[in-house]
Design a protein around this ligand. Structure first.
Ligand code: FHN
Length: 553
């Protein structure tokens, strides 16, 4: 995993036959992901296959795409060799339904990207939809076309297994294999693929071949693959890679112009690195093979940021603070000689101009702004060190301060405290869940919009710890959904004393519809305090909790 952990940032490419349809069928926009068009519009396999006559790839330039990835600061590329529509983007003896034999394009995209990666020094990985295949008889997922029905195991033996063998044999060094949607994948079926992995020494395989066997760990894969979100607290003990689209759809969709801004993507990259993960960011080239023009400046802006600040991302590990930092994120690098660099990604410059580092201990040897930008001084802020930002501190996206320590660092972990606005904000990632019964509640979504879901089909409590600098009265509020006829009780200090608890009854229409509930006023002394919520369901729908905050009165 060495190169992969060092790399941190890669390019996903969803390019296939669906790209030629651009998300439209019979002149109508088809809802959802463009690469799912065949299924969403229930297009018979024979009719969909005619799309191949429109697949020219006339602007496809693998070298240009890989150079763009390189200039964006990416270290690896993962290309869809075959998506769920069954169309192979490589020469295949197992099926003529491929980009060489069946389309005017007539070229082997996998070979071209593999060779371009080798030229540019990027690692090359392959995405392969092994279970879902809506074209070849017996492939999973196609329920609408009687002509495609067949035996799933025969499909695996005749198409999927031979094609994975071709991919792992014919294209030089393959760094990772990205399986997807393992429908009907039993241990025996997954076992047909596993021996092939030995064809590529050092191959990194994701967690989507499956069937998972908790006894042996088989099916777990080398990497977890959170899709379109960043896990609130990373995935401790496992390598992981968030894959994400630049707009909404993975495959090219002409109507999908909801592009993420460079600032948003840089925050995602910083957030992911601070939690110890990789970021696999997707582009969806058109049917002609060109990269949508909007993507180029976005990717180059990320690349420019990484040129200046790359040492705070590549080869780093998760930051040391369990407490969410109100001003940004942190990553760290522990050198072989024991020195440690701590990188502070400044998302928002606090009004005080100081970055407080709660609970940090270590022998400071130097401090600087990456890319230059004035002298950085570190002072004591009570018991904590604080970085005093220089007057000329850069105001571009996410400036980075590097602190060098002559040895290891340690953090006395502390819960969230007052933010720059004086309020204490508690997010889903700060919650401690305890209880039993029903589904285990979990955190879904990301950042401030992350929320705890599945609360209530058992006896579960949600506790938050926080730290206040002074004794004060605080108004406690929480965003909760859906709460039709449900009650939620707040106990300060986690003490179930009826004289201090507040129960609120509120009503909304459904999941995801959050309302703000005010729980009233509570006095807390200075120090580490806690509050606990306990949902009481009168209705079958589980509750969800999003943000909780304490405002000083
Ligand atoms: O169904 C696919 C989807 O089209 C896309 O390829 C993503 C990428 O991770 N994977 C599947 C959904 O999980």
């Amino acid at each position: 995993m060495g190169w992969w952990r060092e790399a941190r940032f890669g390019l996903f490419i969803h390019w296939g036959l669906y790209s030629a349809a651009a998300g439209e069928w019979d002149g109508e926009t088809v809802p959802g992901y463009a690469e799912w068009l065949m299924k969403t519009a229930e297009v018979p396999a024979a009719e969909y296959a005619k799309l191949a006559t429109r697949f020219t790839g006339s602007k496809f330039d693998a070298g240009a795409i890989v150079r763009l990835a390189r200039d964006a600061g990416m270290k690896y590329v993962v290309l869809t060799a075959k998506h769920h529509d069954g169309f192979a983007m490589f020469r295949s003896a197992a099926s003529d339904f491929n980009s060489v034999a069946a389309a005017p394009f007539g070229r082997d995209a996998v070979r071209e990207v593999a060779e371009a990666c080798a030229r540019e020094g990027l690692k090359f990985g392959i995405y392969y939809s092994h279970a879902q295949d809506w074209h070849h008889k017996g492939g999973a997922g196609n329920f609408w076309d009687p002509d495609q029905q067949g035996d799933y195991d025969e499909y695996l033996d005749r198409i999927a297994v031979p094609q994975v063998r071709e991919l792992l044999t014919n294209y030089g060094s393959i760094a990772c294999l990205w399986y997807d949607t393992p429908r009907h994948m039993t241990a025996a079926r997954a076992g047909k693929f596993r021996p092939l992995h030995a064809l590529q020494p050092g191959l990194i395989v994701n967690d989507r071949l499956r069937a998972y066997d908790p006894a042996t760990g088989a099916g777990e894969g080398d990497t977890d693959t959170p899709e379109q979100f960043i896990p609130a607290n990373g995935i401790p003990g496992k390598d992981w890679e968030t894959c994400m689209t630049l707009n909404e759809s993975w495959g090219f969709k002409v109507s999908d112009t909801n592009w993420k801004s460079p600032a948003t993507l840089l925050r995602h990259l910083s957030d992911i690195a601070s939690k110890g993960g990789n970021f696999l960011l997707n582009i969806g080239p058109t049917g002609e093979g060109g990269v949508p023009a909007e993507n180029v400046p976005t990717l180059l802006e990320i690349g420019a940021w990484l040129k200046r600040n790359g040492e705070s991302v590549y080869g780093t590990t998760a930051g040391p603070f369990l407490r969410r930092l109100p001003w940004g994120r942190a990553t760290q690098k522990i050198r072989p000689d024991g020195r440690t660099s701590l990188y502070l990604h400044v998302w928002e410059v606090p009004a005080t101009g100081r970055l407080v580092l709660p609970g940090l201990r270590g022998e400071l040897a130097g401090a600087r702004v990456l890319g230059g930008g004035g002298e950085v001084v570190v002072e004591a802020d009570g018991e904590d060190p604080a970085v005093v930002l220089p007057p000329g501190f850069p105001d571009g996206p996410i400036p980075v301060v590097s602190l060098d320590f002559s040895g290891p660092i340690a953090v006395d972990q502390r819960p969230p405290g007052e933010g720059p606005d004086g309020k204490i904000l508690l997010l889903a990632e700060d919650a401690e869940l305890s209880g039993s019964g029903g589904d285990r509640p979990r955190v879904t979504g990301q950042g401030e919009l992350a929320h705890i879901t599945s609360l209530g089909r058992g006896a579960w409590r949600v506790q938050y710890s926080f730290e206040t600098g002074r004794e004060a009265v605080w108004k406690v509020s929480a965003e909760v959904a859906p709460c039709a006829y449900n009650r939620i009780t707040l106990s300060p200090g986690g003490v179930q004393d009826p004289s201090t608890t507040t129960t609120v009854l509120a009503w909304t229409h459904g999941p995801g519809e959050f309302v703000t509930l005010d729980f009233g006023y509570f006095r807390f002394p200075a120090g580490i305090q806690s509050i606990e919520f306990k949902p009481e369901l009168q209705d079958l729908r589980p509750m969800e909790i999003r943000r909780v905050w304490l405002a000083p009165v």
